[in-house]
Design a protein around this ligand. Sequence first.
Ligand SMILES: C[S@@+](CC[C@H](N)C(=O)[O-])C[C@H]1O[C@@H](n2cnc3c(N)ncnc32)[C@H](O)[C@@H]1O
Length: 222
Amino acid sequence: MRFDIITIFPEIFESYFSESLLGKAQKANLIEINVHDLRDYSQNKWGDVDDKPYGGGRGMVMKLEPIYRAVKNIRKKKLQSKVIFFTPRGKKYSQKKAMEYSKTDQLIMICGRYEGVDERVKTDLADESVSIGDYVLIGGEIPAMVVIESVSRLIDGVIGIDNEGFLEERMVKNGMVEYPQYTRPAVFKTDEGEEWKVPEVLLSGHHEKIKKWRNKRGKKIK
Ligand SMILES: C[S@@+](CC[C@H](N)C(=O)[O-])C[C@H]1O[C@@H](n2cnc3c(N)ncnc32)[C@H](O)[C@@H]1O
């Protein structure tokens, strides 16, 4: 699967995507992440991509033309692609959406900055507008990371073959169940003399009881 990010801050992604599972997944050609500098699509030599808002008001608004040209250049006709625009006014992102996106070939993501983006990007250019939560961020770069990470871990081989069967079963049939995890020591003694203990049932070796406990304590992520 291929991810394409359109941003005015391409460097933000460099270290994040070269580390850990996502770095390995790219090396193994399971996913491809391309970061595009929106300024390369500017219509003037200064690389301007913003302008004053119609009707007045504070701040600058990202222009439609460079974004339109970037999307046209990046979108691959042979691939089943989707163009996503990030805005706090978009549809709330969810695990269900991540599942849906993991079935496309190409995800093109438009990261806004400044006071916002010309509304025609939302109404005419993008297929979907997405919000990652009811709060306002400075830019769409973190939302792009959220989408790429949550979609990538659903792609065959990214988490690991063993986990894959588990994920498929849990998520496709029931929605994903995330439960509390513990590791050694079974009892942790704090400097103040408190004892923080692992639930007994997890130390019991009784698989049926452990399964029940996990189902009870788990939360379905849909
Ligand atoms: C300061 S915000 C501008 C918000 C703008 N007034 C609007 O209503 O879309 C700058 C950019 O950050 C991104 N952004 C901010 N909060 C977001 C959220 N909760 N979900 C997704 N993107 C967000 C969007 O790309 C947005 O264009």
